[in-house]
Write a protein that binds this ligand. Sequence first.
Ligand SMILES: [Zn+2]
Length: 124
Amino acid sequence: MSKVEIICQNCKQETLLKREPIYNGFNKIGIKLSCTGCGIVFENEKDIMFKKSSTKKIIFTDEDRSKNVKIFDKNENHKLCRYCASYIVNPFTQYCSVHKKEVQATDSCDEFKKSSSKKIDDLF
Ligand SMILES: [Zn+2]
């Protein structure tokens, strides 16, 4: 059960909204919304005056806020030179066999070809 701060139209107090599931036998058929102060039952959630916080209306419950948004793609490192088949490394340099130039392990380019057999760390 989640509780939300409201200003009750009936008792004119800052109270909490009480949510109780309504059951018909074993089936949940709805939610009863009532004031924890005076006990009045609200017919419609949209009629309830929710208490305003300093920043925004409290209209979401904790359940609405708990969804995590994934921002970072964990595969974003897969195009690094060090995982590329064209990446040649020896004790003196790191070299790209496609661009014929020195590269860094953390470089990346559009010619990336994933190395399936090469284990870069074994070369040292
Ligand atoms: Zn009330």
